[in-house]
Design a protein around this ligand. Sequence first.
Ligand code: FAD
Length: 504
Amino acid sequence: MEFDVIIIGSGLAGMTAALELAPRRRVALVAKGPLMDGASPRAQGGIAAPLALEDSVADHVRDTLTAGAGLSDATAARQIIAQARDAIAWLQHQGVGFTRAGDALHLTQEGGHGRRRIVHSADATGRCIMDALHDRVRRQPGITLLPRHFAIDVIQRGAAGTPCQGVRLLDIEHARYVDMMASHVVLASGGAGQVYDTTSAPPSATGDGIAMAWRAGCRIANMAFTQFHPTGLHHPQSGGFLISEAVRGEGGLLRLPGARRFMPDHDPRAELAPRDIVARAIHQEMRRHGLDCVHLDISHRLRDFLLTHFPTIHAHCLALGIDMAVDPIPVAPTAHYTCGGIVADTTGRTEVANLYAVGEAACTGLHGANRLASNSLLECVVMGRSAARDILLRPAASVRHAPAAPTPAHGPDAQTRQHAEALRDALRRLMSREVGVVRTDAGLLRAKSQIGALTAQIKAYCDRDGTSMALLELRNLAQVAALIVNDAIAQCGSRGAHFNTDRP
Ligand SMILES: Cc1cc2nc3c(=O)[nH]c(=O)nc-3n(C[C@H](O)[C@H](O)[C@H](O)COP(=O)(O)OP(=O)(O)OC[C@H]3O[C@@H](n4cnc5c(N)ncnc54)[C@H](O)[C@@H]3O)c2cc1C
């Protein structure tokens, strides 16, 4: 199979790039599961853009740099945010219906933003955007959809660092390898939240693209900065469900049992402080009082208001027996967003020729040490379009055929599968325990040594028992865990989403 461009990942970043490329290039859009398995359809809150009359690109950039705690690339942030207005118009042109307030788009407020700036579709923004783009993608003859194909590694002209020529895939249904060649490959494979055992990220977020790019010779940056969302729904059947930041934006208050507010003791912005500050405050209060969760209370708002603004959250909570119009919602911090990733410039180019990275898998410098709420959907659209524009400027060079791919010998037996599951659980528990919201020097060193031991076992399984998606994901999770821990150890202080009590 030969294409001009192969896109790994059918989330917002991948679909945007595909739609911009397809009229002029033959595109393969690859997903390891069904097409809508990524984080994008889960996004609730919205997409940030300085659309209000009294708002400006400069103000939005300032808030982004403040959240990024000195580690954002100001030039990249300016370039990306300057395209926000266009990005919203492009989405509307694709058929996305955003919530309106009269003639204008309704803008909501989220933590860290100095003003109302979040465009949204009630509280199901990601789902509305992805439904519209999915519809377009299906009707575009230039796009070949390849769900249930797992990208294993980039095919390069020579050793790591040499130009990219294609991708080796595992066709999951037929249990066979496929070597697919193309003049350009775009990694739009999402984040790595699954490296933690409590996460809002989807099961697909195993950091595959980041690990692939690392093996291919790309630089990976800022992996210490995993953003923990302060308000994951704390319930045994929550399924990683989040209580959107917009609930605090619309007046939700964080309380301890007995209804005492605590955020004003931690930050003058109280509930509207940036995520890392709120997450650490909740973590500290839970530790201090021996709690599993705290409460987010928006019961002072009328039910009609809650049903209009938060229909999905209202319904999800109600199904679990929590009526947010009456009861406070139990919440606790949960791993949410990978601020670091594959180093890419604002055209999406990585340091390996012909290889691009966009969306959550990439590190453009926009987020720095901490992502400002709702900047990631924005980055997906802007960078998906930028990468497509850059690729369209280059010729679709002819590609050399790779030798036929060997067929996997056999899949892992039941016992190996069981061991692999146990290793995955152990790795995720270790990361949550030692490399979570709050870290210590000793904990990071323990994590480093235990990840080394786990990696050796995982390699032995991969070598001995052929290959399966579960084992390949596990290999990538261990690789990404090592990148996170090594970067965390290399930090000489604390900032943004990385907090080490020994180096405050
Ligand atoms: C619950 C939740 C709520 C959020 N709310 C917001 C919000 O309100 N606003 C905001 O800006 N951001 C929000 N975010 C973050 C945002 O949704 C994500 O950062 C963004 O959607 C990532 O998009 P993406 O296209 O990079 O990746 P994804 O949408 O995660 O898509 C990744 C794709 O890559 C594929 N893939 C991965 N590995 C492989 C492989 N090895 N082979 C083949 N395919 C592969 C997957 O199958 C999937 O199709 C939220 C995230 C979550 C989890």
